[in-house]
Design a protein around this ligand. Structure first.
Ligand code: NAP
Length: 519
């Protein structure tokens, strides 16, 4: 069993008791009481004896990131008192044990608390990590714990290996944001414990995930060794809604998967190194990826280099947002898709109750010429629409028009100031104008085209759920498509590509709405 342990930095007894109660309420089965500021054994006894969850007691040395002023002998006294008061486990640095030549516990395990010998490096991977693991295995520790600052997401693989190859119950933690997955996936890899924070403000180590997120987003209760791993690759990634959406969908259909964030630096080399390492690490069972900024072009290039199959329109657009890893034993094949373009097309054709082929000849104004603008233009041009691009930077609109004109339909660029004179049946905003926090802006503010009941206005922005542009369009009686429609469609298509199961689109939509409402 992997314990879900909330780490509590204890300032006073009342706060500790409150936090322990909250940790239990939020689903932890253990707490770590960090008593670095304590000097009085009686207070520690009182704290431990009133703790309502099994606890680890830690009084961390300054050399390994703690705050205590006590010397090693005094700390050992404090921990021993905690053990006598009923602590389940006591954590002491392995270096402290060695520096003092302490032999470790003398009583049999069933007559005393378990000893966790820990080692921390807040700079990087410890130089002698392999020897450290051997020494911990041979030591009197009941549980071995190593934690180090992740240099990149790839360090997690070594942590997973340590959890799997354990000689005794172990924890291997990569600290900082790229290392978050060592905490999220600790249960899958059979670690002794994963440390979580009570809330985002009270983390006791970098990259700690809250207990609520581990339980409610990352499917803690459902994780097991056979669980397949999916994730979103990007930089930044902290505010991505994709983990919440996909994990809820896995939950809803009972799929044995977990979806995590992969923070990967923006270069192609970083992306490639991530792919090569994570695809080959068989126990992870990487099943698929969502790819977001800045890696959509890198994903296409990587798949091309690997000779993977790639959806033709994704190649044409020059961006892959979905990677499917089809596994057959130790072998796997890769496939790349772009579910953004299909989401744009299907949102339009479903609203108009037409087929994609019926887009031929329709007059479409695409506002914006960035990544989403490019996707919309390519998709519409492929199905023969008559597209005009309006963009603040005219040169980008011109270049995009040149690239896709004649693909099947006509594509031209026009000055953004002429948007008011646009004669289009469909308007698609792919700029960030009107996006949170600038919710009082709209691309129609300076130039409002002639919009009627037969016009369709599509805003790809999903935060806020209803943009000013959509309100302006509705006031004129036009039909509208909100960005959440596209967002849910692209996520649902990814889900189906990975699982082969119909996506619970309504459940996914509810997750987006509820997360936007609380943000
Ligand atoms: P991007 O590549 O950076 O492109 C941004 C576009 O917005 C460019 O055309 C840029 O014009 C224009 N722009 C930015 N600020 C502007 C301003 N103040 N005035 C006029 N134009 C401005 O970004 P992206 O990835 O395409 O994303 C664009 C939008 O698409 C975002 O709002 C996002 O919410 C939305 N989106 C939605 C979904 C979905 O699933 N619903 C998915 C992806 C993106 P210049 O060329 O002149 O800089």
């Amino acid at each position: 069993m992997t314990h879900l342990c909330v780490s509590i930095y204890v300032n006073d007894l009342a706060q500790a008791r409150r936090d322990v109660a909250l940790a239990a309420e939020r689903g932890a089965d253990m707490v770590e009481l960090r008593v670095d500021t304590f000097t009085d054994e009686m207070e520690v006894r009182s704290l431990v004896s009133s703790c309502t969850l099994p606890c680890i007691v830690t009084c961390r040395s300054r050399l390994e990131g703690g705050q205590t002023e006590l010397d090693d002998v005094q700390r050992l006294g404090l921990l021993t008192a905690a053990g006598e008061a009923g602590a389940s486990y006591l954590d002491i640095e392995f270096a402290t044990m060695r520096d003092n030549n302490w032999a470790g516990p003398s009583k049999p395990r069933d007559q005393r608390p378990g000893w966790i010998y820990s080692a921390h490096d807040f700079q990087s991977r410890p130089l002698g990590l392999n020897q450290l693991i051997i020494d911990l295995a041979q030591s009197t520790a009941d549980i071995a714990k190593v934690a180090w600052q992740a240099r990149s997401v790839r360090d997690n693989i070594e942590a997973f290996e340590l959890m799997l190859q354990r000689h005794k119950p172990s924890a291997a933690i990569c600290m900082s944001e790229p290392g978050m997955i060592s905490r999220i996936l600790a249960k899958k890899f059979g670690a002794f414990v994963s440390f979580a924070s009570l809330d985002s403000a009270s983390a006791t180590a970098p990259g700690q995930v809250t207990v609520t997120d581990l339980k409610q987003i990352y499917r803690w209760d459902a994780q097991r060794a056979s669980t397949r791993v999916y994730g979103v690759v990007g930089q930044p990634i902290a505010h991505s809604m994709s983990p919440a959406i996909h994990n809820r969908a896995f939950d809803h259909v009972g799929f044995d998967g977990v979806y995590v964030p992969f923070l990967i630096e923006g270069t192609y080399e970083s992306f490639k190194a991530f792919m090569e390492t994570f695809l080959e690490f068989q126990p992870l069972m990487l099943g698929g990826l969502s790819v977001t900024i800045p890696h959509k072009e890198n994903a296409l290039r990587y798949l091309q280099e690997r000779g993977a199959t790639i959806e033709p329109l994704a190649e044409l657009i020059g961006a892959v947002n979905t990677v499917i890893v089809a596994r057959d034993g130790d072998d796997y094949t890769l496939h790349g898709q772009n579910t953004d373009y299909a989401a744009i097309l299907d949102a339009i054709t479903d609203t108009l109750s037409i087929t994609r082929d019926a887009l031929a000849g329709r007059r479409v104004a695409v506002i914006g010429a960035g990544g989403t603008g490019r996707t919309a233009v390519a998709a519409l041009a492929r199905y023969g629409a008559d597209v005009t691009i309006y963009n603040r930077s005219a040169d980008r609109a011109d270049a995009l028009a040149k690239e896709f004109d004649g693909l099947s339909g006509k594509v031209a660029a026009a000055a953004i100031v002429s948007l008011g004179a646009a004669d289009a049946e469909i308007f698609i905003n792919t700029t960030s104008v009107g996006m949170h926090p600038n919710v009082d802006a709209s691309p129609f503010d300076s130039a409002t085209p002639d919009i009627t009941e037969s016009t369709l206005v599509f805003d790809t922005i999903y935060n806020p759920l209803e943009t000013k542009l959509l309100r302006q369009a509705r006031q004129r009686g036009a039909r509208t498509i909100a960005g959440i429609d596209m967002f849910v469609r692209q996520a649902a298509a990814q889900f189906e590509a990975w699982t082969g199961i119909a996506a619970p689109a309504d459940v996914m939509r509810d997750v987006v709405i509820s997360r936007l409402e609380v943000s």
